[in-house]
Design a protein around this ligand. Structure first.
Ligand SMILES: C[S@@+](CC[C@H](N)C(=O)[O-])C[C@H]1O[C@@H](n2cnc3c(N)ncnc32)[C@H](O)[C@@H]1O
Length: 204
């Protein structure tokens, strides 16, 4: 998506996100954060949106969330204040294609339902690799393209409308798995109906 379209699309999504896409993907988010909680440390959540994942971080985590959409971030900030989420250190407006952090500053990065949304996902992934410390982990929750069946057909039919709906329905797992500097450690299907994938990748 083009950056200006991200702003527009997520201005429309912000008021309804938690009750729609956010609600049906909450199990996936909870499981991804459970994986992150295996290792306490500094976590960057890229494209944190309305902050639906933030309440799941365990004490001892030090979480920074970034997002391009001011409207989504307003919701995330309200959630942190209302629930007094001590694990969240900062929520910042930032473009994931150009992260304003030093090299190797995070132990883990979370990318939940964001890699198929961002403009230039390969640029975002190389920024993620840069800010991860060697041995650190990228935990991804996302829908990836299917090769066969009714879902694959639906994904292909939706693909031309990505700028309007706010994400690319035909995003391929290889776009993540083949990122230089990352090695896939785990990959499993998640709800709803196995449509989401949880992937853990290690910074080589
Ligand atoms: C589908 S939402 C996912 C939000 C959250 N991770 C979740 O699981 O609910 C995608 C988010 O990515 C953000 N986004 C899109 N492009 C971005 C960019 N270049 N930099 C940072 N955030 C971006 C959008 O603003 C939106 O909040």
């Amino acid at each position: 998506m083009r950056p200006e379209n991200v702003e527009t699309a997520y201005r429309r999504w912000a008021p309804i996100y938690d009750r729609t896409f956010g609600a049906v993907t909450q199990t996936a988010r909870r499981r991804a954060v459970a994986v992150l909680n295996e290792r306490p440390g500094r976590v960057l959540e890229v494209g944190c949106g309305t902050g639906l994942a933030l309440p799941f971080y365990a004490e001892g985590q030090r979480v920074t969330g970034i997002d391009f959409s001011a409207d989504m971030l307003v919701k995330a900030k309200a959630r942190v204040a209302n629930h007094r989420l001590g694990a969240v250190e900062a929520l910042l407006r930032m473009d994931a294609r150009q992260l304003d952090f030093a090299d190797a500053s995070f132990d883990q990065v979370a990318a939940m339902h964001v890699l198929s949304v961002v403009p230039e996902p390969s640029r975002v992934l190389s920024e993620i690799v840069r800010v991860l410390r060697p041995g650190g982990r990228l935990v991804v929750s996302n829908h990836f393209r299917r090769e066969r069946g009714a879902q694959a057909l639906a994904e292909r039919l939706l693909a031309p409308f990505s700028e309007t709906v706010g994400w690319h329905s035909d995003f391929a797992f290889e776009a993540v798995a083949e990122t230089p500097g990352l090695v896939v450690e785990r990959r499993q299907r998640m709800p709803p109906l196995g449509a989401m994938t949880l992937a853990v990748l290690k910074r080589a």
